[in-house]
Design a protein around this ligand. Structure first.
Ligand code: CDP
Length: 211
């Protein structure tokens, strides 16, 4: 059985939480595609001594391994910025395409979350969700997450990081972040995590019964 749940949305909107919960509920595999770009960005910054060089980033994307995805430090704001920069490079996206498509088509169902899942990676997905939240709520959520690991984190810096990435991700030429036309919009600004997850699970259940 193949069944694909595509979850997209801007930074820190709650995609990951919803994706993990849906995957657990239905026993589907889950891929956080942001991690692929974070892994490429982190390695490219290291190899380029703080500068992203397109050829180096492409080479890294082409040779990305499982180990690269489990490295420490991929969740920092610095790596998020690097991820967003390499994610705008067409050759980097092309190098990561087959892996994501194959993951989506695995037997037993899959949930993928990112920016272009419903539009580019899996336009045929059975369920498409676009998870959003207000700028304030997203900044506050990410601030709390980052502060837990790095107490000196500043809310204003987090806000700027999210804003810069949203603009870059939405305005790039290749696979820009946007809601698929046939996606259900899930605004989590005023929803608890449980309520957001319940809405997503209800939608998947409805489509799943029909499949
Ligand atoms: O967790 P957060 O929403 O902040 O970011 P993420 O999902 O880990 O993604 C990090 C960056 O990777 C994003 O800002 C995008 O530039 C890029 N990305 C992408 O272009 N396409 C995807 N499918 C997933 C992430």
């Amino acid at each position: 059985m193949q069944f694909i749940v595509a979850i997209d949305g801007p930074a820190a909107a709650g995609k990951g939480t919803v994706a993990r919960a849906v995957a657990a509920e239905f026993g589907f595999a889950h891929l956080d595609t942001g991690l692929l770009y974070r892994a490429v960005g982190a390695k490219a910054m290291m190899r380029g001594r703080g500068v992203i060089v397109a050829e180096i980033a492409t080479e890294i994307a082409q040779g990305l391994t499982e180990d690269d995805l489990t490295r420490e430090g991929l969740r920092t704001a610095r790596v998020a910025q690097a991820a967003s920069k390499v994610a705008a490079l067409p050759a980097v996206r092309a190098a990561l395409l087959d892996f994501q498509k194959a993951f989506a088509k695995r037997e037993g169902g899959a949930v993928l979350d990112g920016r272009d899942i419903g539009t580019v990676i899996c336009p045929e997905a059975e369920v498409k969700l676009y998870v959003t939240a207000s700028d304030e709520v997203r900044a506050e959520r990410r601030y709390q997450e980052l502060k837990a690991k790095k107490p000196e984190t500043k809310l204003e810096t987090v806000r700027i990081d999210l804003q810069q990435r949203d603009i870059r991700d939405a305005s790039r030429d290749v696979a820009p972040m946007r809601a698929p036309d046939d996606a259900l919009l899930l605004d989590t600004s005023e929803l608890s995590i449980d309520a957001a997850v319940a809405e997503a699970v209800a939608l998947v259940t409805k489509r799943f019964e029909k499949a």
